[in-house]
Ligand binder design. Sequence first.
Ligand code: ATP
Length: 504
Amino acid sequence: MAATSMEELVSLCKRRGFIFQGSEIYGGLQGFWDYGPLGVELKNNIKAAWWRTNVYERDDMEGLDASIIMHRLVLRHSGHEATFSDPMVDNRKTKKRYRLDHLVKDQKADVIAKVAEAMGESQENLPAVVSAMMKDTARAETALKEAGVRDPFSGEVGDWTEPRPFNMMFKTTIGPVADEDSYGYLRPETAQGIFTNFKNVVDSTSRRLPFGIAQIGKAFRNEITPRNFIFRVRELEQMEIEFFCAPGTDEEWHEQWLRARLAWWEAQGVPREKIQILDVPKEDLAHYSKRTYDLMYDYPTLGFEEIEGIANRTDFDLGSHTKAQGDLGIQARVEPNDDSVAKLVIPHPETNKPIVPFVIEPSAGVDRAMLAVLSEAYTKEVLENGSERIVLKLRPHLAPLKAAVIPLARNRPEIVEKAKSVKAQLQALGLGRILFEDSGNVGKAYRRHDEVGTPFCVTIDFDTIGQGEDTSLHDTVTVRDRDTMRQERVSIAELSTYLRSRLS
Ligand SMILES: Nc1ncnc2c1ncn2[C@@H]1O[C@H](COP(=O)(O)OP(=O)(O)OP(=O)(O)O)[C@@H](O)[C@H]1O
């Protein structure tokens, strides 16, 4: 089972401390979210699972953590200054601003058909319609008005401007003097830090082709209309791999990474049938891409939307950032670069001649991963007594809390002390966070831990301390399983092995 609406996820996340609105006590800041006590654990677990699979379990990968603020020349030569933009349109009446493709997509079918017809494109191919609008913006303005495109804010037909490109990078001044040259950018993707460090990593690790560099970190995009909870945010986190290979082997590596990434999503509880592979049509490809597979996950309420892009970026990036471009046989069309001081080459595995390698880039969003994982885990069950329970059936390695240790009576020091010592014993296993939970009401604690996906609740009672009716239960605890709700009596001596085998 999975969540059926975004609202139930939003509500659970707020109620249980996964995700809060950023700057909430001052009215909130649109497109920014804060991860609460359980959110930070789930997020860390997702990132750790990704790092384990893509760095530790492979022999052809290195890790990196590059800085967020980058030299403006990096983003100039990457192409972002010129092209990292979304089409934007304003409604003069409401002063609201929209991303053109989102605005058109959200209209009624007959309105979309009229816009498409005016632009001479098929209504089935929205990217083509939008691209035609950006090529002939005067015609686009007329098309928006004549088709009766409504403003989602007011519900009324808008007085639309000509659409224009809006650059999504956040600019910031660096240092105490704000002059023309003292600005940099917050990176809009982590990838550029990998390209600019290519030579450093090769020189310091003696890597040869094929090999990759992995990075997890924040990226910033001034999205025109951030929306749908953490699906489209302005401060996001990415898990990116740039995998370098010899030209001619790129297509095979692209396929291999597609398979590897689908397997990873499945291991996080996101089943194969909930992901569609979009082989992005040639006309919609980013300027650097030879081919891109977008993995589209079936989000509640939203439907199939991108969770990860796997792009063949050819030799465009390193070719754009290298010096001596003319000597290197670069295949992509790159802009001249007179600023770079490094030659970004590596020996060809067969000829040993220095080449600019091709790049395969699997790029996934942490926030969108979190939403998918939460959505898949979200389960509503009707119990035998007719009551309903919400349970997050997260894979144990992702669960924010691995176990809760609950003293049955919080006013009995022997029970509380025993519970604390059991908590310390389990915490020392290094499986993740174990919670000491003395809220007093075991039934309520079970409910709460079902909702946040804690795989096991361990209860310490009078039997545990040898004061129950059955003295043979001395030094045993009750372990309740989240999914089956079955309770088992387990001796404290065996508890570590019991939990370790079920949690790892
Ligand atoms: N604004 C955002 N909010 C949350 N995650 C994002 C955002 N933009 C990108 N991502 C994540 O980063 C990944 C790689 O970024 P990429 O540039 O390929 O996205 P994109 O094609 O611009 O996404 P979209 O078309 O949805 O704007 C995406 O698959 C997504 O998981």
